[in-house]
Design a protein around this ligand. Sequence first.
Ligand code: ADP
Ligand code: MG
Length: 452
Amino acid sequence: MSNDTFDQLKISTPLRNAIDELGFVTPTPIQKESYSVILSGQDMVGIAQTGTGKTFAYVIPILQQLSYSEQTNPKVLILVPTRELVLQVVQEINKLLTYITIRAIGVYGGANINNQRMACAQGADIVVGTPGRLYDLVISRSLSLKAVKQVVIDEVDVMLDLGFELQLERIFEHLPSQRQHVMFSATMTDEVDYLIEDYFKSPVKIAIKLSGTPLENISQESYFVSNFYTKINLLVHLLSDAEEFSKVLVFVSTKKRADVLFEQLDEELNGACALIHGNKTQNYRLRSIQQFEDGRSRILLATDVIARGLDLDKISHVINFDTPNFPENYMHRIGRTGRAEQKGKSILFFTEKEEFDKADIEELMNYEIPELDFPDEVKENSQLLDEERPNQRAKRNRIMHTEVLNAAFHEKSEKNQKTNQGGSYAKIIAAKYKKPKRRGDKIQNMNSKKKK
Ligand code: ADP
Ligand code: MG
C-alpha cells in the first residue's frame, strides 16, 4: 500500500533517494508520527521501543527542513549521553547526505579538543554532542549556539537526570529563546515527565507504546544463581555453545566487576572477549566495539555505558550477568538485540539479593520473566566476593546512570545520585509477592532495596 511507504511524507527528492538507497521502504510508526510534528515547529517528546528507528524519526524531518547556508553556526543541536552515540548519530546523518550539502559534526569528551575546535571553525549545520564537551567548546568560544533553532535531546530521560540536567541548563543559556525542542527515548519516568512539562512549551507527546513495553521479538529468560563466581560458571557454560551464542553482549553492574569477570573469561575463552567501560580510554572503548562488530570478539563485556542507544549489528544474546538496579536500564540493555524487528534473546542472572530488582523490572514490563532450571552440569562455587559476605554491608551502587553519566562528564558530580523511589516501591513489590518466593529474609532484602 503506497500509504505505508515514505511517499506519504512528501520528502524532497535528494533526501528521498538517499533513504531509498538504504533499502528502507516503510517509515516505522515513530517516524511516521513524528514527521509532521517536527516540521510544525512544536516541541515534542516521542516514546517508542528500542530499535524502532527513533534516530531517523528526528533526522529525516530535520534534513527535510534544513537548507544549506553559508552561515557557519549550527542551526541544529543534537544532544546524546555518550561518546559512542555521538559517533553513531553523525554516521546515521551522513548516510542521508549523499545528495544534500549539509555538514554534520560530532563533539565529545575523551578526544582531542583542538581537532573538534577546528571542525567547529570550519562550520557545520548540525552539531551532535555530549553535554560536557559541547559546553567546553561553547564557553571557550570555539562554537556559537546563537543560530540554533532546533534542539534534539535523545535518551531524554537520562539526559534530564540530575547531573546532566545541570549541564543542559548551562547549554540552554547560550541558545536563542526562540527554539524547538525535540525529545526521544524508549523509557520515561514520571519525574522526567513532570520535568518536561515544566521545562518545555507543552510538548506534543507521541507514545507508540507505553514506556516499559518490552519488544515481542526479544525472548526473555532468567536463572537464579547463588553468587558471582557461580554466575561465571554458568556464563562460561552457556558461552561454550559458540554456534548458538554467536554474538553476545554481557552487562555487568560495575566497572570493578567487569574487570574481574573479564580477566576470568579471557582465560577460559582464549581471547573471545572484549571489554568496555567508563574507565577505559576512548581509543580502547572504540577498539572493543570495533572488535565486537567485525567478529574478532564474540563476546563484549560492558557496563551500562553502552546500554543506551547503540545500534550494534545482529546481537544474538544480551546476558544480564547482574540484574540492573533500575528497571529502565534493563529495557535499554535488552534493547541492544532485536533491533529493526529482528529476533533477539535475553538472559538474566539474578541472586537472592537481586530478586527485588527483578521484580521491579517485571512490574515495569508487566511481564514475568520465565525462569529456567539451573543446569545440573554447572558447578556451584562457594567462594564469595567481599561484597557478598554476610555482615558486610554491600556497597551497592544506587546511582541510576553512573556509567552513562561518567562517560560524558569530565568530573563526577556528587549530585548524580538518585534519591527518591525509596520504600514505597518496595511496598508495592512486597504486596505483590506476599511471601518470599525463595528462602531468605525478605525484610533484609527490602532494606537493601532502599535507594540511598
Ligand atoms: P532506536 O533509536 O529507536 O533504538 P535506531 O534509530 O537506532 O533505533 O534504529 C534501529 C535500526 O533500525 C537501525 O539499524 C536503523 O538503520 C534501522 N531503521 C531505521 N529506520 C528504518 C526503516 N524505516 N526501515 C527499516 N529499518 C530502519
Ligand atoms: Mg536511539
